[in-house]
Design a binder for this molecule. Structure first.
Ligand code: HEM
Length: 462
C-alpha cells in the first residue's frame, strides 16, 4: 500500500485528524503524495486521494475495480443494499441506470415550480417575521423528491410529514455522535450507537408508511412516480436469474433517493443563502440580471438559464465553497488495483478528499474567497471547468445531478426575484469558515436567522 503518516496503536491517525480532517489530509498529501494510506481504528488501510487527477484516476479510470461501497455501520439501518449502499454489480447498475433514465424524463420543472408556489406562499404568510430557512428548505427539497417518487407532495404542516423530516434530521445528528462505530465496528453496543440505530429505525418506519400507502394505490397500468416504475419491474430477472428490482431493493432505493435527494440539496441551498447574505453584492447582481432578462411578470424557468450566466456562476461557486460532504461517500476496492504506482489491495476503503480540489490554490487562485466570476470568461459567458466535480465522477457518481442542478436554479431565482433576505436585527450569521467536520458539514447553528420582505411588484405575479 502507499506510504502515509504513522498512527498510534489501536486508534491509528484518528487523534491527529484535528478539527478539519480535510485540511489535515491536504497537509499530509504534500508530504506523502496525492495517494497515501492511513489507519483509522480497525480499518487498516484507508487510501486517501487528494486532487482532481488522483480522484479521476481511481474513481473513473480504475472505476471498474474501485466502485465498491465501504460499509458504514452508522448508516447500516438505511439499507445496506440497492443503488447507494451495495457494491457495484449488474443489479446495482441496472437499478441506477433505470432511476437515472426515469429522472431524465420526469417533469422536474413542473414538480419544482409547484413546490415553489407553496414555498412562496408560506414565506408571504410570515409577513416579514423571521423564519427558519433551513427547516423550510428541507421540507421543500423532501417534497420535490417525494413528488418524483410518489407523484404527490405533502403539506408543510402535515404532522406525518413533519415527523418524517424530524426523524431523518434526528438520525443524522445521532449518527454523527455515533461515528466512532465506523472506525471500531465492535463498539456498536455503546449507548450513542444504539441511539443512532434506533433513530434510523424510526425514519425507516416513517418512510415505510409512505411506501405502504403508495403500494395500496398501485396499478400495473399507471405510473404515479418512480416508486411505481420500480414496482412495474419487480418480476424482471437478470442473466443469472436474480431479481433485478426486488421489492426490498425498491423500498431501500426509494428511501435512499428520498434521503440523499432531500438532505444534499437542502443543505446546499441553506449554505447558499448564507454565502449570499455574506456577499450582498452577488445578490444585487443576480437580482439585476433577473430583472433585466426575465422581468417581474413571470417566474424564471429552466429555459432562462443561458440568459442568466452570473446567476448560474453563483450557484457553481456556492457548490464549490460549501462542499457539504468533503470526503463524499467511501468506496471500496473490489479487486487488487494500482494507483499512482501503488497497490490498493482488494477490500480497502478508499476516500476521496474533494475539498482538496475545491480549495486548490493553483486551480482557483484565492480559493477561500467567494467569487462567482471565476466561473465566467472575459465575455461574461459561463466557463466549463473540468475539475469542478461536486457530484463526483465514475460509476458511483451522483444520479441526482440533473435534478439537483435544476432545483437549485429554480428555487434560488424564484426566491431572489420575489424577496430580499436579511439577518434579523441583533443576530449574526454563523461562521462560514469553520463548519463542523464530518461526513456532512452542518451549519453551526442549524438555523438560518433570516427575515424576508417582499421586494414589491412581484406579489401579483407569483
Ligand atoms: C446538491 C446536491 C447533491 C450533491 C452535491 C450530491 C453529491 C453526491 C456525491 C458526491 C455522491 C457520491 C459519489 C461517489 O460515491 O463517488 C452522490 C451519490 C449519490 N447521490 Fe447525490 N448529490 C446531490 C443530490 C442528489 C439528489 C437530488 C439525489 C436523488 C435523486 C441524489 C442521489 C444520490 C445517490 C442515490 C447516490 C449514490 C450513487 C451510487 O452509489 O452509485 N443525490 N451524490
Amino acid at each position: 500500500v502507499p506510504p502515509g503518516p504513522w498512527g498510534l496503536p489501536v486508534v491509528g491517525v484518528l487523534p491527529f485528524l484535528g478539527r478539519d480532517p480535510q485540511l489535515t489530509m491536504m497537509q499530509w498529501a504534500k508530504r506523502y503524495g496525492n495517494v497515501f494510506s492511513v489507519r483509522m481504528g480497525t480499518k487498516t488501510a484507508v487510501i486517501l486521494m487528494n486532487g482532481y487527477e488522483a480522484i479521476r484516476e481511481v474513481f473513473q479510470k480504475k472505476g471498474a475495480d474501485c466502485s465498491g461501497r465501504a460499509r458504514m455501520p452508522t448508516f447500516g439501518y438505511l439499507g445496506g443494499r440497492g443503488i447507494l449502499w451495495s457494491d457495484a454489480s449488474q443489479t446495482q447498475r441496472t437499478q441506477k441506470e433505470f432511476a437515472m433514465k426515469y429522472l431524465s424524463k420526469a417533469d422536474i420543472e413542473f414538480h419544482t415550480q409547484k413546490e415553489i408556489d407553496a414555498l412562496v406562499q408560506h414565506i408571504k404568510d410570515k409577513n416579514g417575521e423571521p423564519f427558519d430557512f433551513s427547516c423550510l428548505i428541507s421540507a421543500l427539497a423532501s417534497n420535490i423528491i417525494g413528488a418524483i417518487l410518489f407523484g404527490k407532495r405533502q403539506d408543510y404542516d402535515d404532522p406525518d410529514f413533519i415527523g418524517l423530516i424530524d426523524s431523518y434530521h434526528n438520525a443524522l445528528d445521532l449518527s454523527a455522535q455515533a461515528s466512532i462505530e465506523n472506525c471500531f465496528p465492535f463498539l456498536g453496543f455503546l449507548p450513542q450507537c444504539k441511539r443512532g440505530r434506533n433513530a434510523w429505525r424510526t425514519f425507516a418506519n416513517n418512510f415505510n408508511w409512505m411506501m405502504a400507502h403508495n403500494r395500496t394505490g398501485y396499478r400495473a397500468n399507471a405510473t404515479r412516480g418512480l416508486a411505481d416504475a420500480f414496482l412495474h419491474k419487480s418480476n424482471l430477472r437478470g442473466p443469472d436469474c436474480q431479481l433485478l428490482f426486488s421489492e426490498d431493493d425498491t423500498a431501500t432505493n426509494c428511501r435512499s433517493l428520498y434521503f440523499a435527494g432531500s438532505e444534499t440539496t437542502s443543505l446546499t441551498m441553506t449554505w447558499g443563502m448564507l454565502f449570499l447574505l455574506s456577499n450582498r453584492d452577488a445578490i444585487s447582481k443576480i437580482q439585476a440580471e433577473i430583472d433585466e432578462m426575465v422581468g417581474q411578470e413571470r417566474r424564471p424557468a429552466l429555459a432562462d438559464r443561458p440568459k442568466l450566466p452570473f446567476t448560474c456562476a453563483t450557484l457553481m461557486e456556492i457548490q464549490r465553497c460549501n462542499y457539504i460532504s468533503p470526503f463524499s461517500l467511501p468506496h471500496k476496492a473490489t479487486n487488487d488495483v494500482t494507483a499512482n504506482g501503488h497497490l490498493i489491495p482488494k477490500g480497502t476503503t478508499i476516500l476521496a478528499n474533494h475539498w482538496s480540489i475545491f480549495m486548490n490554490n493553483e486551480l482557483w487562485g484565492n480559493p477561500h474567497a467567494f467569487q462567482p466570476e471565476r466561473f465566467l470568461d472575459e465575455c461574461g459567458r459561463l466557463k466549463k471547468i473540468e475539475q469542478f466535480i461536486p457530484f463526483s465522477v465514475g460509476p458511483r457518481s451522483c444520479p441526482g445531478e440533473v435534478l439537483a442542478r435544476q432545483e437549485l436554479f429554480l428555487v434560488f431565482t424564484a426566491l431572489l426575484q420575489g424577496f430580499s433576505f436579511r439577518v434579523p436585527d441583533g443576530e449574526a450569521l454563523p461562521d462560514l469558515h469553520y463548519p463542523a467536520p464530518g461526513m456532512m458539514i452542518y451549519l453551526v447553528t442549524g438555523k438560518l436567522p433570516s427575515n424576508s420582505e417582499s421586494q414589491g411588484g412581484s406579489d401579483d405575479s407569483m
